[in-house]
Write a protein that binds this ligand. Structure first.
Ligand SMILES: Cc1cc2nc3c(=O)[nH]c(=O)nc-3n(C[C@H](O)[C@H](O)[C@H](O)COP(=O)(O)O)c2cc1C
Length: 197
């Protein structure tokens, strides 16, 4: 644990920053760790002088991964997926989603029909986690990714028309585009929690 000294205000600020960095370190991917390392070199000698760059992990890393055929098959079989988001201050939220489409090996679309807290969270912290579980094979995968919200343009219009063709009752407010950055196994057993992509 680093020793914090200096003016009370600045010390408090630095302590909070260490705590935040420590919290991130336990959940960061190797690519994120590289970024944390470089972002941490932004303070001057005593650590109080410079304003650190904001930590914008997924956006800055811009990592994308392509799903394998096996994972794609399980994804497309799943009718409803829990979508987890978090506010900038870390308040979590999870909501079931059914208007989901895998549009490319590394890209998922979700229609925002009724999102409230989920949408607010994505605006201030544009990352999500989803999981999908296949009853038959008992396989389960978690996906994490960076998001973009669109309320106009050809992609939005295409998905809106598709959703509204199912039922006009859907408001189809906005398109959530997820670029997949990480995939983990969540099948119970010795592989549980392991990163697969
Ligand atoms: C089975 C099921 C499927 C749902 N699918 C969607 C969906 O595809 N898009 C959506 O915006 N809301 C969907 N909802 C509603 C949301 O889960 C949720 O009510 C809404 O996002 C508001 O919650 P929030 O404040 O947590 O965002 C679905 C709800 C259920 C029960």
């Amino acid at each position: 644990m680093p020793r914090i000294s200096g003016p009370a205000g600045a010390g408090g600020k630095l302590l909070r920053r260490y705590q935040f960095t420590a919290k991130r370190l336990v959940t960061a991917t190797p690519a994120e760790l590289l970024y944390i390392d470089s972002a941490d070199n932004h303070t001057t000698g005593n650590g109080f002088g410079a304003s650190p760059r904001p930590f914008r992990f997924q956006e800055e890393v811009n990592r994308m991964v392509a799903l394998s055929n096996e994972i794609k098959e399980i994804f497309t079989k799943t009718k409803v997926m829990p979508m987890a988001t978090a506010s900038k201050s870390g308040v979590p939220n999870v909501a079931p989603m059914a208007s989901i489409q895998l549009v490319a090996d590394d890209t998922v679309w979700i229609m925002d029909n009724y999102m409230q807290k989920s949408l607010e969270n994505l605006k201030e912290n544009p990352v999500v986690a989803l999981y999908f579980y296949d009853q038959e094979s008992k396989r389960c995968f978690q996906i994490k990714g960076a998001t973009e919200v669109k309320t106009s343009g050809p992609d939005y219009e295409r998905f809106r028309d598709q959703v509204k063709a199912k039922s006009d009752k859907y408001p189809a407010k906005s398109l959530i585009i997820i670029k997949i950055s990480d995939v983990f196994e969540c099948t119970p057993g010795k592989e549980a929690g392991k990163k697969v992509l």
